[in-house]
Design a protein around this ligand. Sequence first.
Ligand code: ATP
Ligand code: ZN
Length: 313
Amino acid sequence: MNTISVNQQNTEQQDPARLHIAIQKSGRLAEDSIGLLKQCGVKLVKSKDQLFCKSSNFPIDVFFVRDDDIPAFVDGNVCQVGMVGENVLIEKQQAAMLEGAEGMFQNIEKLMDLGFGKCRLSLAVPQSADYGGPKTLAGKTIATSYPGILSRYLKSQNIQAKLVKMEGAVEIAPRTKLADAICDLVSTGSTLALNGLIEKDIVLESQAVLIKNPNLSEEQKVILDRLMMRLNGVRRAQSSKYIMLHAPVSALEDLQKALPGSESPTIVPLEGREDLVAIHAVCDEGVFWDTMEDLKARGATSILVLPIEKMLD
Ligand code: ATP
Ligand code: ZN
């Protein structure tokens, strides 16, 4: 079904001078994906079309689809790029290999981590189960929505187990005796606990990633470079802080050492004070309460830590 609508969109809206990006329509990644595009200054005009949206100020068109369909949109070059959980991309690639669909999804390239949608694909067993590592699962039944990734993992550990593929509600499988264990996505572990399960081993760590088809037009390459520069700027700004403080001249050197990840701070004289200066610095690493306490102990006063919105070198 999806393939047909993908091809229809393809002929209707494919424009080699614009970059097409696939993002999740609704779900855990939807809000952050659109938020990130907005932070990159990409304005999206709401349209009646639920699938497709053109940006009014950047040569980008956004396709809103189910997360599981994003790799296919990118593989088919209907969209040149996409934002998707790395777990979904790797599962599509592994499953295609297992099914002998040679080449499917293999040319998709991961461009960057996007910093949201963080989770892990983990093995979990009932709290009462006797578990001494993944080898305990030999000969057992494991329910999962990720048979491709799980098969690769079991093979690498030399374990033979029976897999039951479930599309959702995997966590109920042990209670209903459908499986002895599960392999499912976990972020806090609260869903597991609610179902009397306990997380044991991590099979894959994942987060949302930007993915790309290898065949872009020259115009699309230029647009993608601009987008990537902005994405990197937003990502760096997210992890950086602007710090301002007053420092006794005598403690200047010592204080500079304590500023996390900042190479050359700006030193500003303070009107009417020979003994004090102001230091302004961009800190690439987190500035926490203990960092501020450390700075204070080294003589700093009036310490201000500000968020940074955008960054471009
Ligand atoms: P769709 O309707 O688009 O198919 P979905 O229900 O399959 O959505 P979501 O539950 O919205 O998918 O999850 C999307 C992605 O969010 C996952 O593939 C994963 O990368 C990420 N994610 C982060 N934390 C979790 C979590 N605790 N459980 C499931 N997915 C998570
Ligand atoms: Zn999905």
